[in-house]
Design a protein around this ligand. Structure first.
Ligand code: ACO
Length: 312
């Protein structure tokens, strides 16, 4: 039992914050940020704009693209680490906002920057078991709520946004979410985590080292698991954390940089929303085409890491 991608949508808050804007509020420069991270700008949500607001906008756009109504969906899974309230889930709030009346299951997964891969892993399992018809997966983050403008080493790295993909059950096992692999190592918790007072605590160089080792590992593992080679892959859409991490992963895998989708310059690191936002950007700009095979590796707090293969 397989699945196929039938719709996508994204939402970015209207406020764009450039590196030059950050120069006015902290001791940093556009040149430092571009050289160390590749980031040039990020979107920040408005003070009263919530993760649920952004996610609902992305969901609405995906439903429109797929020509579906909310009751055509029979499961919502949201990847988020930054919900404003602890319960209920963001997913169930989206279902309510969109007027769902079909009592579908709706829940969140917390996998930090790997959250979207965790959500895709769940969806693949449900499709494989033949349990659901259409699953909407949303990544949505308001990272700006965790940004400490007094910590220049983390404040420049993150942005806000949301993106949704809708998958439908299909008889083909060569379309949609083809394979997933997800892993974690809780012993490395200290390297990157949120604090009780909602700040990002990160050992940057250590995070960098782990990312450039574990993302290529996950990519190699999933290609072997799926029985494919690099030549079969049309695009790598890596978690968009940092251009140097992306370039190093590409070099370690021996992938030409032209096959790597890069949006970190425009969106910065949107954690659980990053890969889906990048995909939506690529579809909107006719970069990735229908039928192409995408490898999507990610890495994040936990530690968590993994990869997925999607034929779009
Ligand atoms: N502007 C100017 N200078 C800065 C800034 C800034 N925004 N931030 C740090 N610096 C300074 C430091 O204070 C330090 O100065 P010093 O030498 O006088 O002490 C100097 O720059 C070098 O600092 P390092 O931390 O060694 O810089 P590094 O080259 O490691 O780059 C960075 C820092 C960009 C954070 C890097 O470690 C990195 O990319 N790490 C990965 C982090 C990441 O992507 N996290 C996202 C979450 S996990 C994920 O999504 C994969």
């Amino acid at each position: 039992m397989g699945n196929k991608l039938v719709g996508y949508g994204s939402y970015l808050p209207s406020r764009v914050v450039t590196n030059v804007d950050l120069e006015h509020v902290m001791d940093t420069t556009d040149a430092w940020i571009v050289e160390r991270t590749g980031i040039r700008a990020r979107h920040f949500a408005g003070e009263n704009e919530t993760v649920v607001d952004m996610a609902t906008n992305a969901a609405r756009a995906a439903l429109k693209k797929a020509n579906l109504s909310i009751n055509d969906i029979d499961m919502i899974i949201v990847a988020t680490t930054t919900p404003e309230i602890d319960f209920p889930s963001v997913a169930v709030q989206i279902a309510g906002r969109l007027g769902a009346t079909n009592n579908m299951p709706a829940f969140d997964v917390r996998g930090a920057c790997t959250g979207y891969i965790y959500a895709l892993h769940c969806a693949r399992g449900f499709f494989t078991a033949g349990m659901h018809e259409r699953i909407m997966i949303i990544g949505a983050e308001k990272m700006s709520r965790f940004i400490d403008m007094k910590d220049r080493s983390t404040a420049v790295l993150f942005g806000d946004g949301a993106a949704a993909l809708i998958f439908e059950r299909s008889t083909s096992s060569y379309s949609g979410i083809i394979d997933t692999v997800v892993m974690s190592d809780g012993k490395k918790f200290d390297m990157l985590h949120g604090s009780n007072d909602h700040k990002i605590v990160m050992n940057g160089p250590e995070t960098y080292k782990m990312a450039v080792s574990l993302m290529p590992d996950a990519a190699r593992y999933i290609m072997e698991h799926a029985g494919i080679t690099q030549d079969d892959i049309d695009w790598i859409v890596p978690h968009q954390a940092n251009i140097r991490i992306i370039e190093s992963c590409a070099a370690r895998l021996g992938f030409p940089i032209e096959k790597i989708l890069i949006t970190v310059d425009k969106h910065a690191n949107t954690s659980g929303a990053s890969g889906a936002l990048a995909l939506a950007y690529a579809f909107d700009n006719n970069i990735i085409r229908h039928g192409q095979l995408v490898l999507y590796p990610a890495f994040g707090a936990g530690l968590t890491w993994g990869a997925t293969l999607i034929r779009v």
